[in-house]
Design a protein around this ligand. Structure first.
Ligand code: NDP
Length: 295
């Protein structure tokens, strides 16, 4: 069997087009556009790149974006003060604090300062708490897990009654995606670094989500024939044949697993592009909620 490749890049592009059209229609009707603030503290080059990419993605779909920056030695009060200003700004519907923060800052206190109405990353404890509870709705779902669910939906995967195995239990991917799969009525097993005999667990999965950050850890014989495999990992491995000296691989040994699975996401071009598309989607959702609150 050779798996169908779930093309996250194409699906994300489609979603960005849908968002662009909706933003234009709302602008026409209300003379207002959604606004996203990405807060950067310090000069971490990777964080600067991520913030720039997010700003550019906003521009492409007509979302207004601001990128307030504070110096490396900013105090807790300065960071929280900036967030409170953004909480009160009616032109801003989403606030994202680029992580990691410099180590002297209390990350949890900073994230707690973001209004849950503008928490487009979905990391506020109230939003995560609602996600974890039956019958409660978070105002926002974290972007990467939401992107994974959209990929599964657009690939036509039936989750109800299926056996899902998630490798990884991080706050940003493993844990929230497990809750989403559970809400979709899958039977979910969560694995981590202390799980014994991982391959015997992963072989039970109809849907396998790998988010461990270990290059090509999931081998062909870890996967049940016909399973759907979502590879979240983004890992750099040395590759002297490339100008950069490295290439990106996922947590799944793609060439082996594609011969066993029925569908698989590639790295790059699978989950990655969905994360930014979902950030735009969440910002639009915050904007629409603000518009209905005004009515
Ligand atoms: P974390 O490092 O926060 O979490 C990794 C998880 O994997 C932990 O729960 C850890 O277990 C588990 N783990 C680590 N090693 C093993 C092992 N050998 N066997 C079983 N479980 C293991 O990573 P993230 O969740 O933040 O990210 C995971 C991957 O996804 C990374 O490659 C990251 O770059 C990528 N990523 C991609 C995104 C995208 O948009 N495409 C977005 C976010 C992340 P324990 O809890 O016991 O330590």
């Amino acid at each position: 069997m050779t798996a169908t490749i779930i093309d996250g890049k194409a699906i994300a592009a489609e979603i960005r087009q849908e968002i662009k059209a909706e933003v234009a229609a709302l602008k026409e009707k209300y003379r207002k556009v959604p606004g996203l603030a990405t807060v950067l503290v310090g000069d971490n080059p990777a964080s600067q790149t991520y913030v720039r990419m997010k700003g550019r993605a906003c521009e492409e779909v007509g979302i207004h974006s601001v990128r307030p920056t504070l110096p490396n030695d900013a105090t807790q009060e300065q960071v929280e003060g900036l967030i409170r200003e953004l909480n009160a700004d009616p032109e801003i519907h989403g606030i994202l604090v680029q992580l990691p923060l410099p180590s002297h800052l209390d990350e949890e206190a900073v994230l707690n300062t973001i209004s849950i109405e503008k928490d487009v990353d979905g990391f506020h404890p109230v939003n995560i708490g609602r996600l974890a509870m039956k019958g409660r709705e978070p105002l926002f779902v974290p972007c990467t897990p939401r992107g994974i669910m959209v990929l599964l939906e657009r690939a036509g995967v039936t989750l109800e009654g299926s056996r899902a195995v998630v490798l990884g239990r991080s706050n940003i991917v493993g844990m929230p995606v497990s809750f989403l799969l559970l809400h979709a009525n899958a039977t979910v097993t969560i694995c981590h670094s202390r799980t014994r005999d991982l391959p015997s667990v992963t072989r039970e999965a109809d849907v396998l989500v790998a988010a461990v950050g270990r290059p090509e850890m999931v081998r062909g014989d870890w996967v049940k024939p016909g399973a759907v495999v979502i590879d979240v990992g983004v890992n750099r491995v040395d590759d002297p044949s490339r100008k950069s000296g490295y290439r990106l691989v996922g947590d799944v040994a793609f060439n082996e697993v594609k011969e066993v699975a029925s569908a698989i996401t590639p790295v790059p071009g699978g989950v990655g592009p969905m994360t930014i598309a979902m950030l735009l989607q969440n910002t639009l959702q915050g904007f629409k909620r603000a518009l209905s609150a005004e009515k």
